[in-house]
Design a protein around this ligand. Structure first.
Ligand code: FMN
Length: 196
């Protein structure tokens, strides 16, 4: 079978807790970023940004944003919970945040720009997995946090975080996950569709 098709048919995310934050060689990071920025994009607007959170910045952002914002949102949070939030990004070698930044356009709807940002996330994920890393696309609570969005250069009036891609060394091969029954999600137009 074609190697890419075979990879795509078996590809599986690796949960963040199954990652180790070994340093990611710069050449691999650049390959991942190049794949992430090569996506379908109506009108060539590049209506997104990829923010690389690496090295000490993982810890700094954890202290300056994750911990403090979580504490603000959860006044009852225990020290252990705050500690976990602070160290979240340090679970991965690198965390990539994709911010969807739609622009005003006379023809292209903003919805299509958000979809393009989703394609960036998927390409970053696929490229990371293809290089043998473990990776996961998550949003968690902090994708919807205004301070996080602003800290990473987004404008809350227009922009949205499409996701954070955690990349690291995988400590274990992931188990298969239940997948949709193809006959339930694919409709051949004009033929009777199996419901449910
Ligand atoms: C936009 C988006 C946000 C997600 N956010 C989370 C999340 O916050 N927490 C989580 O456990 N999984 C989240 N997921 C799901 C996982 O990243 C992933 O889809 C799942 O583990 C299976 O992925 P796979 O098909 O690559 O194996 C999200 C997926 C998408 C597309």
């Amino acid at each position: 079978m074609n190697a890419i098709i075979s990879f795509l048919k078996q590809r599986r995310s690796v949960m963040i807790r199954k990652l180790e934050p070994h340093p990611l060689p710069e050449t691999d990071l650049l390959s991942i970023l190049e794949c992430g920025s090569r996506v379908p994009d109506h009108g060539m607007l590049s209506p997104w940004k990829i923010i690389v959170i690496a090295g000490d910045q993982r810890k700094k952002l954890g202290q300056s944003c994750l911990r403090s914002e979580f504490a603000k949102l959860n006044p009852e949070a225990t020290d252990a919970m705050l500690e976990f939030e602070e160290k979240r990004f340090e679970q991965a070698s690198v965390v990539l945040c994709v911010i969807s930044k739609p622009v005003d356009h006379h023809k292209i709807p903003k919805w299509e720009m958000h979809l393009s940002a989703g394609a960036v996330c998927q390409n970053l994920l696929i490229a990371s997995l293809a290089l043998g890393y473990g990776a996961q696309w998550v949003t968690h609570w902090y994708s919807y946090n205004e301070k996080m969005l602003q800290t990473l250069g987004g404008d809350p009036a227009t922009d949205k975080i499409a996701g954070f891609i955690y990349i690291g060394k995988k400590t274990i091969e992931p188990n298969e996950r239940n997948r949709p029954n193809i006959s339930k999600v694919i409709v051949r137009y004009g033929e009777k569709h199996e419901e449910g």
